[in-house]
Design a protein around this ligand. Structure first.
Ligand code: FMN
Length: 324
């Protein structure tokens, strides 16, 4: 059911969230999601606390900028050191975070080899200390985003439950896959249900939600809220659509022209944020295909975008293909 949700000391009118996506979830993407959907909040992509503490602020802009016209934002941090994490938490609290999350699910080798991401799930004592460090450093709601045991001999889920129940965590986000699993493996709804049953705090379920049916399936785990990941890319209206359809009301899909306009808005905002047209165009090449899902000549459009070397050329191509 779509309903209000309270996470720590903050309440939100709906229980649907736009999750973190590295390379995508900076302010322009979140701003569009807010404009067309108004989720409870959107997450930043993962930000390393080392970057936050040691890099010049000018280089961090893409990660830490919060737009004046976007909704609540959860800053997602990566760290394996309580002192460093405490400092990172203080900094993003000052930058205007509304909630703060610790990444405990990233499967990438580079992150795990630094002792962060999903590796933390095998270190309950360290994880407990990290959560305590977050709790002592901010008044904001705090969460961790985890992956699950994959039915192997590992018993980390039970250990995580113990850590979470004993720490001051406000809520838990569970992506229902093991860290070794790719997206071809279906989300493990039973593991999400395990956490929802065992925890005293709200659980947010995450994995494979893209329509009302998959949303209902996720909510049936007993989770209090749902995080959308990939499906939100190129469809900033999706969460609004889900909320409307869950009320058995008809949602009016944006026209092709409107979608073309959203794509341009996204790229223009990126160029303004990065003060770098070239980098914005490189990024746009990655997400053009998501906006173009409904175009008959999708691959031709993506090819033209791949060839575009200026914002003007990209706009002209979009006007042409989206008839806008
Ligand atoms: C391109 C990409 C980047 C991602 N970056 C992050 C990230 O920075 N932090 C994080 O916790 N999860 C990240 N994820 C995982 C998603 O937040 C989400 O947990 C996962 O995609 C499952 O949800 P979905 O099936 O709704 O996409 C990323 C996923 C993708 C595909």
């Amino acid at each position: 059911m779509i309903k209000p949700i309270t996470l720590g000391n903050k309440s939100f009118p709906v229980n649907i969230i736009q999750g973190p996506l590295a390379g995508i979830s900076c302010a322009p993407f979140r701003r569009l999601t807010w404009k067309y959907s108004q989720p409870a909040f959107s997450a930043t992509e993962m930000i390393s606390c080392k970057t936050l503490i040691h890099q010049p602020v000018s280089l961090q802009k893409r990660f830490v900028h919060k737009a004046s016209d976007e909704g609540p934002v959860a800053f997602q941090l990566a760290s394996n050191d309580p002192i460093e994490l405490a400092e990172g938490v203080k900094r993003v609290t000052d930058y205007g975070a509304d909630l703060i999350d610790l990444n405990c699910g990233c499967p990438v080798k580079k992150i795990r080899s630094k002792g962060s991401g999903s590796l933390l799930l095998t270190q309950p004592v360290k994880l407990y200390k990290l959560i305590c460090a977050m709790r002592e450093s901010t008044h904001l709601p705090i969460s961790i985003k985890i992956r699950v045991d994959g039915g192997s001999n590992e018993k980390h889920n039970a250990e995580i439950v113990k850590v979470v129940n004993e720490s001051g965590l406000d809520f838990l986000i569970v992506h229902g896959r093991h860290w070794t699993e790719h997206y071809e493996t279906s989300c493990r709804y039973d593991e999400i249900q395990f956490f929802a049953d065992q925890l005293k705090i709200p659980v947010i379920g995450n994995g494979d939600v893209s329509c009302v049916n998959s949303l209902r399936k996720m909510l049936a785990t007993g989770c209090q809220g749902v995080m959308i990941g990939r499906a939100g890319v190129g469809q900033p209206w999706l969460i609004s659509q889900l909320i409307t359809e869950m009320k058995n009301e008809i949602f009016t899909q944006p026209s092709i022209q409107e979608i073309g306009h959203m794509f341009i808005e996204h790229v223009e905002q990126l160029a303004a944020l990065l003060i770098n047209e070239k980098f914005a165009i490189l990024q746009a090449r990655k997400f053009a295909k998501y906006y173009a899902k409904k175009l008959d000549n999708r691959s031709e459009f993506c090819e033209v975008i791949n060839q575009s070397t200026s914002l003007l050329a990209l706009k002209i191509a979009t006007y042409h293909y989206f008839c806008y």
